[in-house]
Design a protein around this ligand. Structure first.
Ligand code: HEM
Length: 470
């Protein structure tokens, strides 16, 4: 018998019982706009899910649909009404003109489990709690002053050949003042491999493209398809790693002789949060649980996209010089949710509609980028706003945009640039014997931070001209 996944069985089950539910289907969630384009073949209960689910590359399926339906269309994803926008003008309307209305995130089951207490920043609904947590990130944790102090740490981190281990270690040292993978050589990379697998799992679960998330008001689909147990296990593994960081940082004070602490003697991220927690002018108190949630948010939000970006850059370098962040944005579909009704391009979008900005399609739009797949670095020489990361036209949204745009872009860019400089300076890189440039796989796994489907394998040789002990 063919080997059907629980999700496919669930799809068949829901489709075959659809007629019963059709009677109850009051189309209450469809935007009240009769002319909003929408693909045909909408089924009861699952809506358009069957069009996107098999391939699990919604950004590509949506890009194909946009060619037929135009830059704004409606899809019903299970119980979730969603509007996909695929042009920079519409992205600007969502992220700038109506930024406040679209400032919430979809309510994901995975995000609920990921947060120890209230959701931290990334998945928090727009409101007083998010405002305070975000302000904390911007002013205390990721301020330019702090980012500059990380450069000292970055100078220390050399001679590591695993991209993930390198970036994770750097991030933990910079943010928490401790090395997460300090015994990595002794343990032969076991821990970084384990952590990478935890991240890959959590990333996948946070995409919002699983059954549990399309029927979140019903508990049983999540359990029936195995999604909820997967979320619980994945987030438990992640939170165990976060606990480990807490343990290590509490011992940090006893490690006063480590060079990291001497060089980076100021407060680490957890110490900053503990200090702020005691302030009496906070709009919303920071409980121990919310503090832990913010730390895990910074851990996932920081390590994940930085390592994914680094791996894509190394991949494109291994093939031949190419652009990376435009062609491989970590967020293919920037997710938002409307808190009120609003009009986009003449169409009325009701409150509680999921908005997906197709960053993948916009970054490859030939109307915005001539020969979008070609490596033409000169294109950026003429484009001051893109070069300066202002991107007033919303064409190049590698850090998202608007009030929910990435608060860690400075940190992230610095981390990636410095890590890349070291990796390229200290080592010469080659493809494994028998593998040619054209063989390097470019497929991605759709995730919270889109990673390569097949991990990159390169052979480093120490650059003899580099003086490790100047
Ligand atoms: C190269 C590295 C990075 C990339 C490409 C990246 C990309 C992104 C993107 C695309 C978003 C969604 C923005 C939106 O919805 O408009 C985001 C959000 C976020 N990022 Fe980053 N990021 C990076 C590094 C970091 C770092 C280092 C941190 C923190 C240490 C961080 C923390 C966050 C947080 C907290 C959010 C959620 C903001 C909110 O919802 O208010 N990111 N990032």
């Amino acid at each position: 018998m063919a080997n059907f996944s629980p999700e496919i069985l669930f799809l068949s089950f829901t489709a075959s019982t659809a007629i019963l539910y059709m009677i109850n289907n009051r189309r209450r969630s469809r935007p009240n706009s009769p002319s909003l384009p929408s693909p045909p073949n909408k089924l009861p209960i699952i809506g358009h899910l069957h069009l996107f689910y098999k391939e699990r590359k919604p950004h590509k399926s949506f890009a194909e649909l946009a060619e037929k339906l135009g830059p704004i269309f409606y899809v019903q994803l299970g119980r979730v009404p969603a509007v996909v926008v695929s042009s920079n003008e519409l992205a600007k309307q969502v992220l700038k003109t109506h930024d406040q209305v679209f400032a919430s995130r979809p309510n994901l089951l995975s995000a609920k489990y990921l947060s120890v207490g209230p959701a931290a920043v990334t998945f928090s609904p727009y409101g007083a709690y998010w405002r305070q947590a975000r302000k904390l990130c911007v002013t205390e944790l990721l301020s330019p002053k702090r980012v500059n102090s990380f450069k000292v740490v970055l100078d220390e981190e050399v001679n590591r050949d695993l991209i993930f281990a390198f970036a994770t270690d750097f991030f933990c040292l910079a943010a928490f003042g401790v090395r997460f993978l300090e015994n990595e050589e002794k343990e032969e990379g076991q821990k970084s491999r384990y952590l990478a697998s935890v991240f890959v799992e959590v990333e996948e679960l946070l995409t919002g493209f699983y059954y549990g998330d399309f029927f979140s008001e019903w508990v049983w689909p999540g359990w029936l398809t195995g999604y909820t147990p997967r979320v619980i296990k994945g987030t438990r593994n992640l939170l165990n790693s976060v606990e480990e960081i807490f343990d290590k940082t509490s011992k940090r004070k006893q490690l006063l002789d480590t060079s990291a602490l001497l060089l980076h003697g100021n407060e680490n991220l957890i110490e900053v949060l503990r200090r702020v927690q005691k302030r009496d002018d906070l709009d919303v108190p920071i409980t121990d649980d919310s503090l832990e949630s913010i730390v895990s948010d910074m851990f996932v939000g920081g390590v994940d996209p930085s390592t994914a970006t680094l791996e894509w850059i190394m991949t494109e370098l291994a093939r031949h010089p190419r652009e990376s962040m435009r062609l491989h944005p970590v967020s293919f579909l920037i997710p938002r949710q409307s808190s009120d009704k609003c009009t986009l391009e003449g169409y009325e979008i009701p409150a509680k509609t999921r908005i997906l900005i197709n960053n993948h399609a916009i970054g490859r739009d030939p109307k915005l980028f001539e020969n979008p797949h070609d490596f033409i670095p000169e294109r950026f020489q003429q484009e001051d706003d893109i070069k300066d990361f202002k991107d007033e036209d919303f064409r190049f949204m590698r850090f998202g945009g608007g009030r929910r745009g990435c608060p860690g872009y400075d940190f992230g860019l610095n981390a990636v640039q410095w890590a890349l400089a070291r990796l390229l300076n200290h080592f010469d890189w080659a493809l494994p014997r028998g593998v040619s440039r054209g063989d390097v796989d470019l497929q991605e796994v759709y995730g919270f931070a889109a990673r390569k489907r097949v991990p990159l394998v390169l052979i480093p040789t120490v650059n003899k001209d580099y003086d490790f002990n100047p």
